[in-house]
Design a protein around this ligand. Structure first.
Ligand SMILES: O=C(O)CCC(=O)C(=O)O
Length: 302
């Protein structure tokens, strides 16, 4: 949902309180986070609509993801003719991106489960790149409201969509932070949501920003000379789907071969991308194409 922009968007306070939890190297490398840190992360996310998780990806894992990404998507990273200088593209579930340590990261997934339940799904795996000179992105919320014209119903219900933003370079005031309006996920309308100025949480490579789908935010301008690639994963409650923004590309792209590699206990995160009626459709098509008597004849020939 796009907002009409008021004057306050320019009034950023970077010294404001940042909702943030720092994980130790031991938690990161063992994949066994301290339960208090998970609780704190979920609590801050619920209260402010965003939380920065510091020191989530170990450098080796991130560098594997990064080199696969830069190789595979190099055509998007050289230049752009988009006026907003922010190309968006789907990241295929393959290579290091088809790894449960990534899509069900042991520090991230416990928070997702606390917020969305045990059977949440991976609803998007995608990337947005902001090129040097990219202006501020339009102000928006990621999730469309469930009922009515605004968020006056949604503001009173638990989170149903969460985005995990993974920067591949440091996000700061030069490369562009994701500007957030704290608490705006609990605001029913645009006027309330934009009452307070936004803040710019800096997120270093290896850390992530988690946002409630209802949070009002925008990518900040890239005033540096550096490319600022961001990979993001969106998780949904198992009953929720939102295809807004994915009219011309799939939110999750996973082939049958890659789907087979997903461990059984994570398959539910991706099974919504498969068509359970594919064989039935195929049989119906055959039935229409081949008259009944021909099918009977074929059966009798067996
Ligand atoms: O670039 C960013 O920091 C945020 C991107 C974003 O919010 C989006 O593409 O929906």
């Amino acid at each position: 949902m796009e907002f009409k922009v008021g004057k306050m968007e320019l009034n950023c306070k970077n010294d404001a309180f940042i909702s943030s939890v720092t994980f130790s190297d031991a938690e990161r490398d063992s994949g066994r986070p301290n339960e208090d840190n998970i609780l704190k992360t979920a609590e801050l996310l619920g209260e402010h609509g965003f939380v920065r998780m510091v020191n989530v990806f170990n450098p080796k894992m991130l560098s594997n993801l990064d080199s696969h990404y830069r190789n595979r998507y190099s055509s998007y990273l050289h230049n752009t003719n988009r006026p907003n200088r922010r190309p968006l593209f789907t990241v295929d579930v393959e290579g290091p991106f088809n790894d449960s340590e990534f899509f069900a990261h042991p520090l991230i997934i416990p928070v997702i489960k606390k917020m969305l339940g045990d059977n949440s799904i991976l609803a998007a795996l995608s990337s947005v790149v902001s090129f040097p000179g990219a202006p501020d992105q339009y102000i928006h919320r990621d999730a469309k409201q469930l009922f009515g014209k605004d968020y006056s119903v949604d503001k009173d219900i638990p989170a149903y969509s969460i985005t995990v933003l993974i920067p591949l370079v440091d996000c700061n005031l030069q490369t562009g932070c994701t500007k957030v309006w704290p608490g705006s996920h609990l605001c029913g309308c645009e006027e309330d949501a934009l009452k307070e100025p936004p803040i710019d949480p800096e997120v270093q490579r290896g850390s992530i920003l988690m946002t409630d789908g209802r949070l009002v935010h925008r990518g900040g301008a890239n005033v540096s000379e550096l490319l600022r690639p961001l990979v993001y994963m969106t998780y949904h409650c198992h009953w929720y789907r939102d295809f807004g923004g994915y009219e011309d590309r799939p939110p999750v792209n996973i082939t049958t071969k890659e789907f087979k590699k997903i461990p059984d206990n994570y398959k539910h995160m991706f099974s919504w991308t498969r068509d359970p009626y594919r064989m039935i459709r195929f049989k119906n098509l055959l039935r229409r194409a081949i008259p009944g008597s021909a099918i009977k004849l074929m059966r009798s020939l067996k």
